[in-house]
Design a protein around this ligand. Sequence first.
Ligand SMILES: CSCCC(=O)C(=O)COP(=O)(O)O
Ligand SMILES: [Mg+2]
Length: 225
Amino acid sequence: MVQAIVTDIEGTTSSLSFVKEVLFPYSARQLPGFVRVHGQQPEVRRLLDEARQVAGGALDDEQLVATLLRWIEEDRKLGPLKGLQGLLWEAGYRQGDFQGHVYEDVPRRLREWRERGLRLYVYSSGSVYAQKLLFGHTRFGDLTPLFSGYFDTGVGGKRETASYAAIVRELGLPAAQVLFLSDVREELDAAAAVGLRTGCLTRGEGPTVDPGPHPVAQSFDDVQP
Ligand SMILES: CSCCC(=O)C(=O)COP(=O)(O)O
Ligand SMILES: [Mg+2]
């Protein structure tokens, strides 16, 4: 019996186009000015230094910004980039430049599952901070009270089995009592390899995914935990 649901964001609760056509371009536009103005703040400095290390070189700030912009273009799921993006998006959400996109079935089904006593979690490559911003600023209001916790690549990459092992340890549940929802076959394979139940979301956006052995759902209405 499923006791907890862990959900991906991009392509699962939220549209690919929101992430790729709104969030990523916004972060690319804001990044150079943000680094100029806030680059000496301790949290920003720490993330920039971490990014410099990942880039593997003694880059000055201008070169580093160029590298970060390339990473955004390439959709690299790198911790320091994701940390910086969260800080960049904060202003956008707070100023009302955009809202966090979630499909209409998402808040409805999350509420139903919560009322049934299921615990709900997010696991995304976006930073925990960015996850909370997205779910905190939707057209359905603040959805963050529905979630019991959030995971980002601090637990490991989404295609690595060890990440899902770490998540179920953290949840304190047997893997078979945890359902992981995602639109990416490799993520579902990694979760299933350590015994989680899986659901493959096919929202009809982006390239067709071969779901392999994972049960398919076109929306959260098709997910039967
Ligand atoms: C947390 S919102 C931004 C989503 C993001 O930055 C991203 O890379 C999407 O990753 P996901 O693991 O949710 O597919
Ligand atoms: Mg996804």
